[in-house]
Ligand binder design. Sequence first.
Ligand SMILES: Nc1ncnc2c1ncn2[C@@H]1O[C@H](COP(=O)(O)OP(=O)(O)OP(=O)(O)O)[C@@H](O)[C@H]1O
Ligand SMILES: [Zn+2]
Length: 623
Amino acid sequence: MGRDRFPKQSLGSLYSRIKQSRVLMVGAGGIGCELLKNLVLTGFGEVHIIDLDTIDLSNLNRQFLFRHEHIKKSKALVAKETAGRFNPNVKLEAHHANIKDAEFTVDWFKGFNLVFNALDNLDARRHVNKMCLAAEVPLIESGTTGFNGQVQVIQRGKTECYDCTPKQTPKSFPVCTIRSTPSQPIHCIVWAKSYLFTEIFGTSEDDAAEFDHSEDAENAKEIENLRQESQALKAIRDSMGSDEFPRRVFEKVFGDDIKRLRSMEDMWKSRRPPEALDYDRVSQSASGIDPSISVKDQENWNLAENFVVFSDSLRRLSARLRDTQAKVSDGDAPPILSFDKDDVDTLDFVTASANLRSFIFGIGTKSKFDIKQMAGNIIPAIATTNAMTAGLCVLQAFHVMRGDMEKARMVFLTRSTERVISGEPLHAPNPDCPVCGVAQSKLVVDPTRATLNDLVESLLRLELGYGEEFSVNNEVGILYDPDLDDNLPKKLSDLGIKGDSFLTVVDEDDDNPRVNLVLSISEQPLPEDSKPVLLPEKVEVPRKPKAVAPAVEPAPPVANGVAHAPNAADNADLKRKRNASDIGLEDEQIKKRGKVAEETSHAVEEDLVVVEDSGNGAIVIDD
Ligand SMILES: Nc1ncnc2c1ncn2[C@@H]1O[C@H](COP(=O)(O)OP(=O)(O)OP(=O)(O)O)[C@@H](O)[C@H]1O
Ligand SMILES: [Zn+2]
């Protein structure tokens, strides 16, 4: 029986189109493995797989294309190898790379009929969204968190794009709650991970992304005290490796700092005051306890046990940092350690430190297992949710391949007793979206000749009819506006504008301005007798709609890029699942004053304010 028989029977004429199609799958993790299997078995002609990561032991429970012997190998390459055997008629191509790498240009995206996102972070999702809009390739976006999943079909000009609705970002905490007045285990965990750990083994407190500095001004005096405390801790850090080091750290953070806090009587009028710990007393009670207690990760350790794990993990980490320091050569940045939920030493340290602080503030302690989930901000990934979501991606892909966008849906997967899968029609693009509510065009520039003046005067003013008031921006900031003409004589290449850079032209005319124009740059030598910048196709830049656009629905909270199903009340516990790279990428943005700068080609839109999630999920914060 032919391999094609059943897909042919169920898909009819669509099958030959699928067989001839070339698709891209970004991310070969939980959803990606399931999706690749579906794409290959359905018979998509050519599938490109891209993933930057290697296989980890913790992936094996659900990423079924990978086996133990594949650990540390490229996800993209192994996924290709394994899935290739399911259907030899499909051509597979693997890229072990970051989708944001410069080689994956708009033209490269144009080579696909369809793109699937199977990613785990906003940054990469936004990038693919932008590239697919520029390349005019339809995108099937997907994400899961625990039992919840979502699939969104995105097509330029026809549907909302990924950035048409603002996305919620990870939680940050007021500094004073974490440093002075914790009331929940999570506050102590964040203190241990983002303050104590980073002060001793990493960079300074100011760099911790989980701190929200927006209330600092109201607590200026306490903030100053806290700064001095951090400075004093830095001085202790210099004695790392000495026998006295654990005692000095302990006495400082669990003794002296607590006594100072307690002396601020106003702070404790309506709260239980903290009780400092005495090093000698606690260490005496801990004599005879073996540090191997730390393997009991489901138990709540008592004070003495936490003390033992604290001292032992501090010793292990100090030795590790000093070893690394000994290996660095002059001129290298000083080495640091970073918290990683899967790194036992760092997890032991954070668990014990958080629990010791919980004893001080009379807060319940947590097991190492629980703290791993909380500090890693983890919601367990569920293989079945990934599998169902990947199936829904392919069903939506069929509508897109048929050109039947009327039938395409935004699909939600929820743990509901009524309907597990629900869908809603796709929304029209948000006219105010900073990413897709714009005109887009390619701009060919001759890198040896093109200046900013060529773009501003001969192309924008003369050819497209822009008036006096407009600005030209790149991702870094403003390159030109009527008050900033210094850059006009400079070559675009000297201004850092290269192939696949994006420029945004913002019309600032008071009267009937145009929508923003996003230009994606393509470098190529042009004949001497032609202009050094040109638009390969005619561009219409429509005027902004006059009436205020219909109010956008409130921002759907996002979990791992998944918005809530509008009808799923019990869905309120969605939380973002983050991995280390994810935290790095997004927290960079949160650092900006507790706000999130929109990651778009449009550099001048206002920042989005972080909406705080008050769900009842893995981490509950009451503010
Ligand atoms: N910029 C990027 N370019 C290419 N691949 C990416 C990029 N960002 C993330 N990915 C990949 O997307 C995949 C997402 O899969 P998934 O959500 O299952 O995460 P995971 O890292 O495999 O598992 P977990 O986070 O649960 O430990 C990962 O394999 C990750 O490497
Ligand atoms: Zn949009």
